[in-house]
Each structure stands twice: as C-alpha cells, then as structure tokens.
Design a protein around this ligand. Structure first.
Ligand code: CAA
Length: 389
C-alpha cells in the first residue's frame, strides 16, 4: 500500500487593512454590481506599510509550529511571485522569525500563482524519501496592479502555510497529476516594476486553455472522472473565475451545464477569496480552507485542485479528505484573520499603494501600523529588518 502523504495542517494570515469594493467603486464610478456579481469580489486585504510577504508568511506559519513543534521540519519551501529580494529567499527570514532549527533547507519557488503547488508536490517527494520528516510549504503574496487599471479591483494579500507529511491530518494528495505548460504573455511583472502587467481577457483565455490542458493530461494518466469529485478548488484571481473555469471544464467534458452544478462544485470554496482578493500562490489553498471550514462533513470525499500560474503552468490533482479532519481545522482563527482587519478609506489605501522605501538603501523605518505578531521595522544598509512584536 502506498504511503499516505498530504496536508497535515493549514493556517492562513492576511493583511492589516481591508478596502471594501464600494469605496473603490465610489472612486472610479463603477457600478458596484460589476464587482459584487461580475467578478465576485466584495473587499480586498491591504497590507500595512510594515507588512510584506515575510510577515504574512511568518504569521500564517507560527500557529503550525506552535501546534506541532519544529523537530520534524527539515525543509521550508516559500512560494511567491511578489518576492522582496532577487537572491535571498524570503523563507530564510521566516525561518529566523519562527526560530526553526538550523538543520533545515530553505528555498523560494516562483512560477506566478502556481508556485505553491510545485512546493506541495516537491514536499510530497521529500516525504516519500524520508517519511519521518515534515515540510513547511508557505504561499505568500501581495497582489498589486496599477492604480485605476482594470486589475486594481482584483488585488489582495494573504499567506497560507501548510505542513506536509505522512499520515496527514487533513487531505491525502493523490496521483496522478495532470500537467500543462505553454509560453504565453498573459500576466507578468518585469524586475523593474512593483506592479504586475496583464492582458485581462487574454489571461482569462489562457487560464481556460490551461484548465483543458491539465485535465486532458490528468485523464490520459488514468485520473478519476468528474463525477468522482465532491468539490473543486480552483485558483481564484477573482471568485467568478472559479465558476468560469468549472463551467469550461464541464463543457470540455461534454457535460450538460446547470448553474446549480457549478455552484455546488465551487461555491463553498470562495468565501475567503471573495473578501481577501487575489493572493496569487495562496489563493487555491484559501479555497481549500474555505471548503473545509464551511462544508458539511467531507470525510472520505475527493476534492479536485486546479492550480494556475500565468505564463503559464497548470496542474490538476485530487485529494481525499481524511477521517477526523474537522478536529484539526482552524475555523475560528481563520474567521478572526478576516474579521480583525481594520477598514481603510480610499485615500488611505492609495497612500499605502504608493508607499515604498526610498531606493537609496539608507536607514529608513516604517510607520508602526500592523497589529500582527511580526513586522518589517525598516531598512538599513539595503538590509530589511524584521522583528517579532
Ligand atoms: N453588474 C453585473 N455584472 C457586471 C456589471 C454589472 N453592472 N458590469 C460588468 N459586469 C460583468 C461583465 O459582464 C463581466 O462578466 P463576464 O466575464 O462573465 O462576462 C465581468 O463583470 C467583468 O467585466 P469586464 O470583463 O468588462 O471587466 P474588466 O474589463 O474590468 O476586466 C478583469 C476584468 C479582466 C478580470 C480585470 O479585472 C483584470 O485584468 N484582472 C487581472 C487579471 C486576472 O485576474 N486574470 C485572471 C486570469 S489570470 C490568473 O488567474 C493569474 C492571476 O492570478 C493574475
């Protein structure tokens, strides 16, 4: 019997502030129905000036280390597309903030929003080789587009931390995976830019093409049929995209498409993404958190995962929800992470959007804004300074 490996624990964190889409709509004159119904977004998380992917990642992972200890963690994989350094892994700062053992390998992964799924699959390989070890996989991103651009309404920020190991407590990840890669310029961020560039309609088409491609490969490798899945967690740049993607998959598989079938398959995965916004690498796993927190008992049920990263790479795979998972959920903490955010007005959001350290690398401190457990306190001699609060 193959070793059961998968997600043993999952915890997430999001930014200090929240901007409701009503405030954005009032600023740019958009009919609010476009945001609430058209793209399926209600609000977006906005990080404080003293938060970034490192503080979000450490905040997400700290409860996992508190619950399980760090003795068995031999590897930390941090996936992000909003990296803060071209050389040093953000994971090394997180490793330090969490006080993890020095006998740990730490690495950063990038392929747009897909990176955390690569991290999860790499983790499974490592655990297969040494079933005693656990791997901390963290997806952490701040999604940022130009002010007054179409992408602005889909911004957000969050980190999801997952402990991957043998005999998992939440979801056992299955073989096979369906894979798809094609060179496409739908969304990208050159090194000299802090905001992403995107061809919106092209990106939706590229995502749907990748859904088809990943599913085709999954099916050809002997994967399960659509009917054998209880729900589907899609990457959610905006929650309506999960509905579009599932409708597309049903159509591709020549299924009759009923609105209720699509809602049943993806509706329970959207609650956190709808109020947090796009969290890039974290988004598909925020979908899993919402599903596990909100659905009736899913024990023994199969969940489908479709991870998409622009550029583009996609992977489809299944996972079985394991017995006893409900005792390990962090539902109250997850709801608190969302509800504790402080509302910010449009002017405050705009100021934070434009906030950046001067490029001189000199000594600069950040305003004390976050009420979270970790903060970016400043920069000195081109070195970012982090501390636990
Ligand atoms: N009431 C209800 N619905 C309304 C409405 C109203 N008053 N006004 C418009 N709508 C609907 C539209 O009909 C449309 O729905 P459909 O797509 O179902 O037809 C929806 O609202 C959006 O309207 P538009 O297409 O006109 O909106 P837009 O031109 O502003 O662009 C967007 C939308 C392309 C998603 C844009 O926000 C964007 O560029 N976002 C960033 C890119 C992105 O998220 N791409 C997704 C795939 S790429 C990916 O997944 C990777 C990643 O994370 C970035």
């Amino acid at each position: 019997m193959p070793l059961a490996i998968g997600i043993h624990d999952l915890s997430f964190a999001t930014g200090e502030f929240v901007l409701p889409h009503t405030a954005l709509a009032a600023h740019n004159g958009t009919e609010i129905g476009k945001y609430h119904a058209g793209i399926g977004q209600e609000s977006m998380s906005v990080p404080a000036a003293d938060e970034d992917i490192v503080t979000l990642a450490a905040t997400a992972a700290a409860p996992i280390v508190a619950r399980h200890g760090s003795d068995r963690i031999r590897t930390v994989v941090l996936a992000t597309e909003s990296s803060i350094d071209q050389a040093k892994s953000a994971g090394v700062y997180v490793h330090s903030l969490l006080g993890l053992p020095s006998a740990t390998r730490v690495v950063e992964l990038k392929q747009a929003c897909y990176g955390a799924t690569a991290g999860l699959q790499f983790a499974i390989g490592l655990v297969q080789r040494d079933p005693a070890q656990q791997v901390l996989v963290i997806a952490s991103d701040v999604s940022k587009y130009d002010l007054d651009s179409p992408g602005e309404a889909t911004q957000g920020a969050a980190a999801v931390a997952m402990l991957v190991g043998a005999d998992p407590g939440l979801v056992r990840i299955e073989d096979p995976s369906g894979l798809f890669t094609v060179d496409v310029m739908d969304f990208w961020r050159p090194n000299y830019r802090t905001t992403a560039l995107v061809d919106g309609q092209e990106s939706i088409g590229a995502y749907l093409q990748a859904v088809e491609g990943a599913w085709k490969d999954y099916s050809e490798r002997g994967g399960h049929s659509l009917e054998q899945f209880a729900a589907f967690c899609y990457h959610q740049p905006f929650t309506k995209m999960a509905h579009k993607a599932h409708r597309h998959l049903l159509n591709y598989c020549s299924h009759d498409i009923h609105h209720d079938d699509v809602t049943r398959a993806v509706g329970r995965t959207t609650a956190y993404n709808r109020v947090i916004g796009n969290s890039y690498t974290a988004s598909v796993y925020l979908g899993l958190a919402a599903l596990l927190d909100q659905a009736d008992d899913l024990t023994g049920e199969r969940i489908g995962f479709l991870s998409y990263g622009s550029g583009s790479v996609a992977e489809f795979f299944g996972g079985i929800v394991v017995a006893g998972y409900r005792d390990r959920l962090r539902t109250a903490a997850n709801i608190e992470a969302v509800s504790r955010r402080r509302p910010i007005d449009y002017a405050g959001y705009r100021e934070l959007h434009e906030w950046a350290f001067p490029a001189d690398g000199g000594d600069h401190s950040t305003p004390q804004q976050t009420t979270g457990p970790f903060r970016l306190s400043g920069i000195s001699g081109h070195k970012r300074l982090y501390r636990a609060c």
